[in-house]
Design a binder for this molecule. Structure first.
Ligand SMILES: [Zn+2]
Length: 258
């Protein structure tokens, strides 16, 4: 559902919101705009980014430096946050973040890639994932569930998950190489849809990740999807495919309340 707080529009998953003491949101292009810190070489831009994290923190009641984010590299490494005072961008290269600490929010930046949030209401652990086609092939979502199991004793059927806005199968045309890799990894099936009007094939990155989570033991009914395509709804969300290099990034976050 679409909500707004102090002039910041965001998308919230009803299922996740009612699953326990947590706060989460999938922001769009309005209110707070971010770029990966790694791309920001000037002090001015860096200051602007830290101001954005601070505002996000104030509006949503997060830790003062804002969500812990990482240097996203389209891989499958999971960063475990164990430091109580953690916040803001970390230089570590990862595409998934988990924590068992209340009061420590976690965030990912996206513009077409899929943000996934995970919450264990029993063990009180949370995770957030950045999954593009490379990360999906590397099974970053499954690896996150594995870390939640090993580290926090999570039982996958207890986990509640929500998928945020990403490019949908309506718009995500991929070339034969990527299509071939998905066919090898997932057997094709419904993740790839033929698109007769175009030469390529379309990838359903959300379905590929839902299947991955279900294979990891999550219950399909515990996974919600607001069904938003960043390219179709470009007025609300940044889309790298639609806007190219100049696309900003939207942030998604999750925090277990203290
Ligand atoms: Zn679309």
């Amino acid at each position: 559902m679409f909500l707004e707080k102090d002039g910041i529009p965001y998308v919230s998953s009803g299922g996740l919101a009612h699953s326990g003491p947590l706060v989460h949101g999938f922001l769009g292009r309005k209110g707070i705009t971010l770029k990966p810190l790694a791309l920001c070489r000037t002090r001015d831009v860096s200051n602007e980014i830290h101001a954005s994290y601070k505002r996000l923190a104030e509006v949503f009641g997060l830790q003062p430096r804002g969500p812990v984010t990482v240097n996203q590299v389209h891989g499958s490494s999971v960063f475990i946050v164990e430091e109580k005072g953690a916040g803001g961008p970390h230089p570590v290269e990862a595409d998934s973040i988990v924590t068992g600490l209340p009061g420590v929010s976690l965030g990912v930046l996206t513009a077409d890639c899929l943000p996934i949030v995970l919450f264990d209401p029993i063990k009180k652990a949370a995770g957030i994932v950045h999954a593009g086609w490379r990360g999906t092939l590397e099974k970053v979502a499954s690896k996150t569930v594995e870390v939640l199991r090993e580290r926090f004793g999570s039982n996958p059927p207890d986990l509640v998950s929500a998928l945020g806005p990403s490019i949908g199968p309506c718009c995500y045309e991929v070339d034969g190489t990527v299509a071939g890799e998905f066919e090898r990894a997932f057997g094709g099936r419904h993740k790839l849809k033929d698109l007769k009007s175009l030469k390529g094939r379309r990838l359903d990155i959300k379905e590929a990740n839902v299947e991955q989570l279900v294979t990891s033991g999550l219950l399909r009914e515990n996974i919600s999807d607001e069904g938003l395509c960043t390219s179709c709804r470009n007025e609300l969300f940044f889309s790298y495919r639609k806007e190219g290099q100049r696309a900003g990034r939207q942030i998604s976050f999750i925090m277990i309340k203290e």
